[in-house]
Design a protein around this ligand. Structure first.
Ligand SMILES: [Zn+2]
Length: 446
């Protein structure tokens, strides 16, 4: 295949070297050059962005629960990947749990790939799972192309994906280190949570008290001790408590291979503002107070957190207890896949951050963390995945117009800055009324 070249001219383009006017040259779905704005490319098709639009690399969301097969009524590959595309996300990596079966062996990965086939509007990779008893499956999953393995240090929310105890965690890390894989950890210490007050009722403060900061800090400390002992590369999922940040900084100063992410809801929302019974705000670990939120922003600014990913974890409306508003038994998970970029940008610009910073957290960071070398950058040799973003246009979120399956989101009614006008996948605009063009990605080939 040798298609005619395509040139995208943008007065503002976010390249790895910063924001600048650029002509991005694309051939056969790959970026081949990033040239000065007026560069002439003979015979090329030219697309020129409007003056209020910025060309970003397509975002990479490394933390999405698609829940398909098995709980496709919670979400599904078709709806999740459309939501992603509409939100400027051109690559996502699916979590191994909440689907049935969970992705804990190669047969389950095959089942998941079959469920995804023909339904993908964006490119999708898969995480495997580390659970009690599947140590012998990890290497096979690694060789079959999963990007790494997720585990829990306490109950995951679904019985078929149990947590690892301390001995099992050490054994899994030894095994994963043996093939230089990556372990992702949901880090909340179950002893700390078991001795915290139990949560029931509609008052958000009760839920917050049931998942204290100390649970995160202790679990992260333990994971880091085991990383030192085993040599396993680790990634801390969804950092909510800023108390974790100094622990991460110490581990890195020591030279340990530790990365960490946070999520839009921890950066945009605050415990003080959660209305009684508003279970759409419930997630684990919890949204904490405003002072903590500002400390997370400092950690991003200082490079102590590597990426911002959605942890889109939807469910059906009934599981959110809309009738009782009881935080104790409501499903824990925030739906935000389509909104991550405007949610983060709205907050970031108030704190004097640039779009380059946001692209660092939402494209470069997650691509690096997952080992993707063709995704998340406006640079030669990368896939021509783009997000055309109008950063100064505002809109009010109407949850009923979002693409994800169930109309629940804590951002409903929020005014946000930044509209995703178009998304491109491997050199072609994403068309919602045409056959989906997304591919399944394997570690080492994305
Ligand atoms: Zn998650």
């Amino acid at each position: 295949m040798n298609e005619r070249a395509l040139v995208i001219r943008a007065r503002r383009a976010v390249t790895p070297a910063g924001e600048r006017p650029a002509a991005v040259v694309v051939r056969d779905g790959t970026i081949v050059a990033v040239e000065p704005f007026d560069t002439d490319v003979t015979g090329a098709e030219v697309v020129r962005l409007a003056d209020d639009e910025v060309l970003l690399p397509g975002l990479v969301d490394a933390h999405v629960h698609v829940n398909d097969p098995g709980r496709a009524e919670w979400e599904g590959f078709a709806t999740a990947t459309r939501a992603a595309a509409a939100g400027g996300v051109t690559t996502l990596v699916d979590m191994p749990l909440n689907s049935l079966p969970p992705t804990v062996d190669v047969a389950a990965l095959t089942t998941k790939r079959e469920a995804a086939r023909g339904k993908l509007t964006v490119d999708v990779g898969f995480w495997g799972g580390a659970v009690p008893g599947n140590g012998a499956e990890l290497r096979g999953l690694h060789e079959a192309g999963v990007f790494g393995f997720k585990c829990f240090t306490l109950h995951s929310g679904v019985d078929e994906f149990p947590p690892l105890d301390d001995g099992q965690l050490r054994a899994a890390m030894r095994e994963i280190a043996a093939f230089d894989g990556l372990l992702l950890v949901h880090a909340e210490d179950h002893h700390t949570i078991a001795s915290a007050p139990a949560c029931h009722g509609t008052d958000y403060r009760g839920f917050l008290a049931s998942r204290p900061d100390e649970a995160e800090r202790r679990a992260v400390r333990r994971v880091i001790d085991l990383a030192r002992e085993t040599g396993c590369r680790v990634h801390i999922l969804h950092v909510s408590s800023a108390d974790v940040v100094p622990v991460l900084a110490e581990a890195r100063a020591e030279g340990l291979a530790v990365t960490a992410e946070t999520c839009p809801h921890y950066l945009a929302l605050a415990a003080e503002d959660v209305p009684a019974g508003a279970t759409e705000f419930k997630c684990c670990p919890p949204i904490r107070d405003r002072a903590n939120r500002e400390r997370l922003w400092e950690a991003l600014r200082d490079g102590e957190l590597d990426s911002v990913v959605s942890d889109h974890s939807p469910s059906t409306v009934d599981l959110k207890n809309p009738d009782t508003g009881d935080f104790g038994t409501a499903w824990g998970g925030v739906s935000s896949l389509q909104l991550g970029l405007p949610v983060v940008w709205t907050q970031a610009r108030h704190r004097d951050h640039t779009l380059s910073d946001v692209v660092g957290w939402m494209a470069h960071g997650p691509a690096a963390q997952t080992g993707m070398t063709r995704k998340g950058r406006l640079a030669p040799g990368h896939d021509a995945d783009f997000c055309v973003f109008a950063p100064d246009e505002e809109f009010v979120v109407d949850v009923r117009t979002l693409h994800h399956r169930n109309a629940i989101s804590p951002y409903d009614g929020h005014r946000l800055a930044g509209v995703v006008r178009r998304t491109w996948l491997r050199g072609a605009p994403v068309a919602f009324d045409a056959a989906p063009r997304g591919r399944m990605l394997d570690r080492g080939r994305a």
